[in-house]
Every structure is written in C-alpha cells, then in structure tokens.
Design a protein around this ligand. Sequence first.
Ligand SMILES: NC(=O)c1ccc[n+]([C@@H]2O[C@H](COP(=O)([O-])OP(=O)(O)OC[C@H]3O[C@@H](n4cnc5c(N)ncnc54)[C@H](OP(=O)(O)O)[C@@H]3O)[C@@H](O)[C@H]2O)c1
Length: 233
Amino acid sequence: MTLEGKTVLVIGGSSGIGFGTAKAAQDAGAEVTIASRTAEKVSSAARKLGAEGVTLDTGDAAGLEALFAARSFDHVFCSAASTKVAAVRELPLEDAYGSVDSKFWGAYRVARAANIREGGSLTLVSGFLSVRPKAGAAIQGAINAGLEGLTRGLALEFAPVRVNCISPGLVMTEMYDGLEGDGRKAMFDGAAARLPVGRVGTPEDVAVQALALMTNPYMTGTTIFVDGGGAIA
Ligand SMILES: NC(=O)c1ccc[n+]([C@@H]2O[C@H](COP(=O)([O-])OP(=O)(O)OC[C@H]3O[C@@H](n4cnc5c(N)ncnc54)[C@H](OP(=O)(O)O)[C@@H]3O)[C@@H](O)[C@H]2O)c1
C-alpha cells in the first residue's frame, strides 16, 4: 500500500484516528498535511510527524473553499468531529444540533469543497452505532448512518474520485480524555469483554483500513467496519 508521491490531507489529524492515519500515510511515503481547529494541537502533532499543519474548522465553509481553491490533494481523510451524546430527552436541543453540525455537516462541507486529483479518494468517518443502536446514543447513530448514506451518494456524484466511509467501533483515543480514570478504564474493559476480538481498537487498527481505501482503486461507495465485531456482538 504505497502512497509514494501522493499528497494526503487528514482533517482531524491532530488527534486520535486522524493522527494514526496521518502517521500511517506518512510511513507509506505520502506527503501529509494535517488540519484541525486548535493551532497548538496542530503544530504539536505536525512537529511529531514532521508533516505540514493547517489550522482549519470544518464549520467554516469559506475557509474550506479557500484552502481547496489554492490546492488539491490526492487523498482527503476527514475524521474531524466533536459531538455531545446523551439520551434524546436529556440532550439539550442545541447540543443535538451542534453535534449534527460538527460531524455530519462538517463532513458535508469538506466533501462539497474538496479538490481531489484524478485517481484520488475521499474518506469519511462514521461509527458502528449506525447499525448497532444504543440507548442514550440515538443521535450519534443517526449522524453516523447519515454519513454512510452520504458516502454512497457522493461516490456516484464525485466519480471517478472514489468516496468511502470507515465505521470504527470503540477506539482508544484522546476523545475519551474527558472521562475520569476509573470510569474510562471500566468502559474500555467492559467493551473489550463484550467484543469477539477481546480488546478495544487503536488508531493504528483504523489507519490500516484508511490506507486500503486510499490505495485500492476498486473500492468506492462502501462503508468498512473496523469495530472488533462490535456491530454483531
Ligand atoms: N474513538 C472512538 O471510539 C470512535 C468510535 C466511533 C466513531 N468515532 C469517530 O471517529 C472520529 C474521530 O474520533 P477520534 O476518536 O479520533 O477523536 P479525537 O481524538 O477527539 O480527534 C478528533 C479530531 O478532530 C478535530 N476536530 C474536531 N472538531 C473539528 C472541527 N470542527 N474542525 C476541524 N477539526 C476538528 C480535533 O482537533 P481540534 O480540537 O484541534 O479541532 C481532533 O484532531 C469522530 O467522528 C468520532 O465520532 C470514534
């Protein structure tokens, strides 16, 4: 899976799944650019990788259009999102709208603006709650299912550029840094015990498939589950 001579933009690349994908792409020979909202996070991650860093908010449609008017990429990977999840009757409506805006509309804005070279690809990131609903996380399942549907339509509209989606299960990333130590460990341990593979995922597990979607010219319009069996367990 060589990306020698290719340019890869990872939006959400300063952390977690995006950072893991950026690193894997760089190891595969790509010239990598990472992007996210927080300048310090971008510069620290870019320094660690030796990659280019761009400060960018997927909420800013004009900013995205300006970036892609100035340059094109072979592959664009978007894992950028920040969502609040709670039971429908407990989650304030503004937080529900904010979550959809960040993850669904954020990816939509990226897709709409993206300037991708011939032979290239766009990869979105959803999550296994799209098909494995969980009480208390209906909003997240709906956003993820929306992204998977969007992927199929975009693959037709953007052809010959390929568009795919990765649907991760529980992956140990900075996304869970806000949870208290014991609660975090209990959640990871509980998930590991339920999963057929007996452990939770790592950003590297997801990155392997992200690179497969970038490099396999016969894949488009598909959603790949990298969830340790979470969708069936
Ligand atoms: N980890 C899991 O268990 C899991 C499971 C299923 C699905 N997912 C999905 O996978 C994706 C990535 O998750 P992760 O675990 O890698 O999360 P993470 O470690 O929190 O990383 C999220 C990245 O997105 C950036 N970001 C957030 N909002 C942004 C915006 N509006 N514009 C630009 N960048 C933005 C963040 O940086 P800044 O703060 O600097 O913007 C960060 O680089 C999310 O969509 C998540 O829902 C994760």
